[in-house]
Design a protein around this ligand. Structure first.
Ligand SMILES: *Cc1c(COP(=O)(O)O)cnc(C)c1O
Length: 432
């Protein structure tokens, strides 16, 4: 274990206990810090761009609850909205007016989502969207891209990026070969591979699912023309194009990556930011496709907790803040300043890095070569990243504990946080 300047005794005691209570001590693998070394911290509260651990140490947070905290933590409007609904009960297993409201906001922001179904997580959204693609096309095969993560459904646990890769599991045991037999994988940003696959099997492919800007291999930005080509090719073959915007939705633009790149997917998956920290997800798309979903149509999908009032209230309040003028320009500006400052600091110290950024997400890769897909991401020096992560943590900067994750910037991050982060990185790069 690292010697540490910070006092983290309470975290250490809780960690010891947690390891006995939960698998690997956590309720989601990336929290365990396996790939960066050191023990995870336990947190007491968040406010704005900051987190406080149980020992009272304060950190500038770049995980943002893995995306939901796009306004910053404990935003007063979101807290007030949730408090306002709690006295009325936690859910009735029956329709509520707020569900109409959030569906309308989502459709207004992402017009391709003509009809929206709420679920409780990103995993539920993607597995449902793929079932729907199969139901609608009457085909079985699906395509995903290497390094993209779409939740932990069996059929999608192939070449699934950060969490899975970080643990060094090529696939997960417990996933029957039959479950992934119809899952085909392609490298991101590789048009030739895409063409070859569609030439061979295009007419048998129900859907292609993609993170239009990848977050789960670290940030990978689509090369000009790649998404356009994918759209044209899938349309020609009657294959549904599914944008998994669980991370990018309401983050890289109000209308998500599809709006930034001007691409109209057939189906879209959302989660994370649309719940403002509460468990929520959504999928939606063209009416003729969504009309297949029960009870409008025969494709079954359901959820006891779906559209529950607390989650929807938190989501609506979050989206109302994000709808205000200038929000996305500010997020982009803050994130660009950070990305530029980190790159400059690394250059000055002679540490080779690549910084990929789009909207309020970025990744600093410790590698000399531009990172455009999983192969080039994987070439990063993960040991160096681990040392960087520990140095930054010591300096009060809380980064995602894996080289292959996105950093998330919120509206609560301002010039002071940007400067402090770059200053800490400058020191870290000097001793790497
Ligand atoms: C986080 C994530 C998911 C899974 O969402 P959960 O809410 O964790 O189930 C799916 N797709 C993408 C792109 C994600 O980033």
């Amino acid at each position: 274990m690292e010697s540490t300047m910070l006092d983290t005794q309470k975290s250490a005691a809780l960690w010891l206990e947690a390891k006995d209570l939960m698998p690997g001590g956590v309720n989601s693998p990336v929290r365990a810090f396996r790939s960066v070394g050191g023990d995870p911290l336990f947190f007491e509260r968040g406010q704005g761009a900051h987190l406080w651990d149980v020992d009272g140490n304060r950190y500038i947070d770049y995980i943002g609850a893995w995306g939901p905290a796009i306004l910053g933590h404990a935003h007063p409007a979101v807290i007030a909205a949730v408090k306002a609904v709690l006295d009325n009960g936690f859910g009735f297993g029956a329709p509520t007016p707020a569900e109409n409201q959030i569906a309308k906001v989502i459709r207004e922001a992402l017009p391709t989502m003509e009809v929206v179904r709420l679920v409780n997580s990103g995993t539920e959204a993607t597995m449902s969207a793929l079932r729907l693609a199969r139901a609608f096309t009457g085909r079985d095969k699906i395509v995903k891209f290497i390094g993209c993560y779409h939740g932990h459904a069996d059929m999608l646990l192939v070449q699934a990026g950060s969490g899975v890769a970080t643990l060094g599991l090529p696939d997960s045991p417990g996933v029957p070969a039959a479950s992934v037999a119809n899952t085909l994988t392609l490298p991101f940003n590789d048009m030739a591979a895409l063409d070859a696959l569609f030439a061979a099997e295009g007419d048998a492919i129900a859907g292609v699912i993609i993170e239009p800007v990848v977050g789960n291999a670290g940030v990978l930005v689509p090369e000009p023309g790649f998404l356009e080509h994918l759209r044209a090719l899938t349309a020609r073959h009657g294959t549904l194009l599914i944008f998994d915007e669980v991370m990018t939705g309401f983050r890289v633009a109000w209308g998500g990556a599809q709006c930034r790149f001007g691409i109209e997917p057939d189906l879209t998956c959302l989660a994370k930011a649309i719940g403002g920290g509460m468990p929520i997800g959504a999928y939606g798309g063209r009416r003729e496709i969504m009309d297949m979903v029960a009870p409008a149509g025969p494709m079954y999908q359901a959820g006891t907790m779906s559209g529950n009032p607390a989650a929807v209230a938190a989501g609506l309040a979050t989206l109302a803040e994000l709808a205000k003028p200038g929000v996305y320009a500010r997020l982009e500006e803050t994130t660009q300043q950070l990305a530029r400052g980190l790159k400059q600091a690394a250059d000055e110290a002679g540490v080779p890095v690549q910084v990929n950024q789009l909207g309020a997400m970025f990744t600093l890769f410790f590698t000399e070569t531009p990172v455009k897909d999983w192969e080039t991401a994987k070439a990063s020096d993960t040991a160096k990243f681990g040392r960087y992560h520990r140095l930054m943590r010591e300096a009060g900067i809380y980064l995602p504990p894996s080289q292959f994750e996105a950093n998330f910037v919120s509206l609560a991050h301002g010039p002071a946080e940007v400067e402090a982060t770059i200053a800490a990185a400058r020191k870290a790069f000097k001793v790497l």
